[in-house]
Design a protein around this ligand. Structure first.
Ligand SMILES: Cc1cc2nc3c(=O)[nH]c(=O)nc-3n(C[C@H](O)[C@H](O)[C@H](O)COP(=O)(O)OP(=O)(O)OC[C@H]3O[C@@H](n4cnc5c(N)ncnc54)[C@H](O)[C@@H]3O)c2cc1C
Length: 396
């Protein structure tokens, strides 16, 4: 949920409106104002006023931060109470609505501003960045710098956006697209319409779909081998999967854990050669091929993984922790009956990011399974927004 503090832009023209990211608590909300984080404070175009015109903001100290009169950093960390009057069914219209605020969506917002298009960047999470939040190792393959982790890349991207004009909406998920009215519906009941829609919803991790997987999440099942490695210190861990991510997690965890079982349902790995070689040299890792996980179980904490081996033989392995890395799937379900998808559910696009539906584009991982990278996400964003801008110039 985003709220704005009106600085007098209602009279027309382009005014300054500052946004704060807030959590929704009934009809009243409390928001810590943190202007140090560039992501949360933006200028926006007059268009977005229609979306939020019925949110009233009161500062607890009786102080409204008005950029015309006062440095907004003066309000840093103060609590404001936001009284939300009826949000109603207001809708706004943008040149471009971008769904998904990972690297692709963030780059698309930048390119919209660069080319003079109004845009709205929507993300279902409480922060932009997408998968950058999952990367805990150094990123050394993105041109322009070496980054300690995904957060460092996000910081650089946020800085690039800090003086760009676009409307941002966080904690709001797209639930439907109407291709006739070019409208995106959000999970709070609002509809946002635009001349073009850019889908940048990325991917999510595939789940095993077995008993215990949800129950023991964070009670033994680790989110990331590199982030949570100290938790596995001296313990027995199962890593499930056979690709790069699984082997990388197994190798990292083997530096800390006493024993790592690498459980893979096929008879060989699909990971890169150097990982497979490193695995062979590591005597703390035991590989179990052709094993299907049936259950992750325990009492209050994770205690075992049950697998079915080739020939239907069952085996229970005692473990303390598990990491599941069995691949990813695109967040494209909303386009299921709308645009053409490939067999794996990735959106089919042309070189400008156009889907099979006029004025609906897809960028980044959701449309590029062979190159799921930051470079492809940002590059495909540039191509799509340039195409949209050219199209709009033609029809003007
Ligand atoms: C561990 C790891 C290491 C990596 N290392 C590298 C590396 O070294 N170099 C490299 O180039 N790449 C790396 N990547 C890949 C890179 O992070 C991705 O290619 C990139 O983040 C893709 O960006 P994206 O914008 O397409 O999608 P994402 O980053 O997946 O972002 C998608 C966004 O869409 C939002 N969303 C999804 N559905 C909805 C909805 N219905 N409504 C609203 N919002 C929605 C999500 O909340 C998310 O924020 C790595 C990834 C991982 C996981």
């Amino acid at each position: 949920m985003l709220a704005y503090r009106d600085t007098g832009a209602h009279s027309g023209g382009e005014g300054l409106v500052q946004f704060a990211h807030v959590g929704k608590v009934g009809n009243a909300m409390t928001v810590p104002l943190s202007v140090s984080d560039g992501v949360f404070f933006k200028h926006c175009n007059i268009n977005s006023l229609t979306l939020f015109a019925d949110i009233a903001v009161e500062a607890s100290a009786g102080q409204i931060c008005d950029k015309k009169r006062q440095d907004p950093t003066a309000l840093s960390n103060k609590k404001c109470t936001l009284a939300m009057m009826s949000m109603g069914e207001k809708s706004g219209q943008f040149d471009v609505v971008i769904v998904g605020g990972g690297p692709g969506g963030m780059a698309a917002a930048l390119w919209c501003d660069e080319l003079g298009l109004t845009s709205c960047l929507i993300d279902g999470a409480s922060n932009f960045g997408g998968q950058l939040h999952w990367i805990h190792n150094p990123i050394t393959n993105y041109l322009g710098g070496k980054f300690d982790n995904g957060t460092a890349v996000l910081r650089a991207f946020s800085a690039s956006l800090s003086d760009r004009r676009f409307t941002q909406m966080l904690d709001l998920r797209m639930t439907a697209i109407d291709r006739t009215s070019m409208t995106v519906s959000l999970d709070d009941g609002r509809d946002i319409s635009a001349k073009a829609i850019v889908i940048a919803t990325g991917i999510r991790r595939r789940m095993l779909g077995v008993p215990g997987e949800t129950e023991f999440n964070a009670r033994g099942i680790l989110g990331s081998g590199s982030r949570d490695k100290s938790e596995a210190s001296g313990k027995t861990v199962a890593v499930i999967g056979g690709g790069d991510a699984a082997l990388e997690n197994a190798l990292i965890l083997a530096e800390y854990a006493e024993k790592v079982y690498l459980i893979h349902r096929r008879e060989r790995f699909s990971a890169r050669k150097e990982f497979i070689k490193a695995l062979k040299d590591n005597d703390r890792i035991e590989t179990i091929f052709e094993a299907r996980v049936k259950e992750l179980g325990g009492s209050s904490e994770l205690e075992f993984v049950d697998v079915e081996l080739a020939g239907g033989v069952s085996r229970r392995i005692a473990i303390d922790n598990a990491v599941v890395r069995i691949g990813v799937q695109p967040n494209s379900e909303i386009l299921n009956d709308i645009a053409d998808l490939d067999d794996a559910g990735y959106v089919i696009v042309d070189r400008e990011g156009r889907t099979s539906v006029a004025n609906i584009y897809a960028i980044g991982d959701v449309a590029h399974p062979t190159s799921p990278t930051i470079a492809t996400a940002t590059g495909s964003a540039a191509a799509a927004i340039k195409s949209i801008a050219a199209q709009m110039r033609k029809t003007e």
